[in-house]
Ligand binder design. Sequence first.
Ligand code: NDP
Ligand code: A1CAB
Length: 273
Amino acid sequence: MSNKTIAFIGTGNMSYAIIGGMIKSGFAPQSIIATNRNEEKLAKVAADFNVRTTTNNITALKEADVIVLSVKPQMMAQLCDSLQTANVDLSNKLFVSVAAGITVARLQDMLGQPVKMVRCMPNTPSLLGLGVSGLFAQEISAEERDFVEQVFSSTGIATWVETEAKINDIIAVTGSSPAYFFLFMEAIEEKARTLGFDAEQARALVQQTALGAAEMAASQPEISISQLRANVTSKGGTTHAAVEHLKSHNLHTTVADAMDACISRAQQMEQEL
Ligand SMILES: NC(=O)C1=CN([C@@H]2O[C@H](COP(=O)(O)OP(=O)(O)OC[C@H]3O[C@@H](n4cnc5c(N)ncnc54)[C@H](OP(=O)(O)O)[C@@H]3O)[C@@H](O)[C@H]2O)C=CC1
Ligand SMILES: O=C(O)[C@@H]1CCC=N1
């Protein structure tokens, strides 16, 4: 494991998940600094993962070799401004931004100098070591690339993309998509409730089925996902009735359109922020 120190500036949902995945896979807690403006959020991160915490972003900035910018996109300019005015030499630091919709050029503009920058698009299952992270960088050393890859592959799968524009595609495919699956689970859970299952039963039934379906796919990569679906679908049977209903309501097109909406929003944010 590298002896670099990594700081997460703005440790909310996403950075909490990344730190959790890192700790689970064996990163030393003392090599990780988490910041937040909210003491209570930091107390939870410290209690859960035993990492170092501070409400002072500049202390973390000074100490860390790698700085993960993890505030909401709309708060990034204000954060970068405060880092820039701290008068710390940023030239030897490696920055990683997990924010959607802010380009490397814009981040450098916000920081007021051409720092070394990696764009990363992770997702929240990183907490369990089941995350996916898309990575993009230019002009960083092989050692820096290796370190970033080590961090994000410790939380699941990490994959480099060739162009920065591909990060927006990664948002649609993996960054935002846990929410699509949760939405589908919510819909099944809600219907189970209307069928008379109590809240606990409805939750248990839907989550076990989702877990089982994902595990079926993961444990049998030689079987296509559509074949796994076909294996549940008896000709003229119950599943067929349900699946045909979903297809006749354009499920595939709806999902594809939703993913396009996700990409368009990222592109729009690049113009706005
Ligand atoms: N959530 C997700 O699934 C994913 C998120 N991302 C990206 O990750 C980033 C963070 O998202 P998420 O974790 O969901 O957001 P959160 O709001 O949960 O986390 C950001 C945290 O940073 C705190 N904060 C804001 N400004 C500062 C500051 N100047 N100094 C210290 N702390 C600060 C916020 O405080 P407060 O609570 O007071 O606002 C908040 O607790 C976003 O840019 C998003 O695009 C990327 C992939 C997936
Ligand atoms: O919704 C968002 O904008 C962030 C980026 C990907 C997941 N959450």
